[in-house]
Design a protein around this ligand. Structure first.
Ligand code: PEP
Ligand code: MN
Length: 266
């Protein structure tokens, strides 16, 4: 079902009136974790000012260490929903448990399936049984073929509102947190009809590489770029090394627009 062979036309996923995959490249931004209403509102307002309508923020955080901040859970979803209403933005957040999918339908415009859950088949079946847009991330060590099969799990349950996100894979290289598999983007565009996104934050893990990675991803045909933005990354409860502050984000998006890689208002 994900293969382009049987479905030659591009799928466009409409996220709260914002089409993704329609040929206009977009930005999805927001904090790594939802920490407070004030934090989310500050970022949302700044994004909106630059014409960005897609707000991300983690409420259930799949952290490598059980002693790290695990997210605000339902409280985080409530803050996101409020921000979406206040600033007229679509909100995106990761769900990690099949049992939380139904609740999430009331709060989110897009359900994200994180890299660590790409092969959580029960979770894939659960989101596949809804018609909510799903942003599926590539697993840390997943091949493109395994990634497409995970996508097939979602689509085979009936949900066609699916987007794929390259977020870096584990290689022997230690200079970056993961290795952004840039060629996966055109391969997935060729092999599937689904929108293909690039997460420049989790792939590089380095603030200084966000802009060059985003330029590359947009130039090679990504339908959207995801990046993390926090009002004060130094005190962020997760991913403080790679989130941009608002000034850095403004520079990021202005540079992409000046390079003609993004149109106004997206
Ligand atoms: C995230 O986007 O918040 C996240 C945890 O990403 P990934 O699943 O790609 O690590
Ligand atoms: Mn993060």
């Amino acid at each position: 079902l994900v293969s382009r062979k049987k479905h030659p036309d591009n799928t466009v996923v409409s996220v709260k009136n914002e089409p993704i995959g329609d040929g206009i490249q977009r930005i999805i931004a927001g904090p790594c974790s939802v920490e407070s209403e004030e934090q989310v509102f500050t970022v949302a307002e700044a994004l909106k000012e630059r014409g960005v309508n897609l707000l991300r923020g983690g409420a259930y955080k799949p952290r490598s260490s059980p002693y790290d901040f695990q997210g605000l859970g339902l409280e985080g979803l409530k803050i996101l929903k409020k921000a979406g209403e206040r600033f007229d933005m679509a909100v995106i957040s990761e769900i990690v448990t099949p049992g939380d999918v139904e609740t999430a339908l009331d709060y989110l415009d897009v359900i994200q399936i994180g890299a660590r859950n790409m092969q959580n088949f029960e979770l894939l079946k659960e989101v596949g049984s809804t018609n909510k847009p799903v942003l599926l991330k590539r697993g840390l060590s997943a091949t493109i073929s395994e990634f497409m099969q995970a996508a097939e799990y979602v689509m085979s349950r009936g949900n066609t509102n699916l987007m794929l996100c390259e977020r870096g894979i584990r290689t022997y290289e230690t200079a970056t947190r993961n290795t952004l598999d840039i060629s996966a983007i055109p391969i997935l565009k060729q092999e599937t009809h689904l929108p293909v996104l690039a997460d420049v934050t989790h792939s590089t893990g380095r603030r200084d590489l966000l802009l060059p990675a985003a330029k590359a991803a947009l130039a090679i045909g990504a339908d959207a770029v995801m990046a993390e933005v926090h009002p004060d990354p130094a005190v962020a409860l997760s991913d403080s090394a790679q989130q941009m502050d608002i000034e850095q984000f403004n520079h990021f998006i202005d540079t992409l627009r000046d390079a003609q890689l993004l149109k106004d208002g997206v």
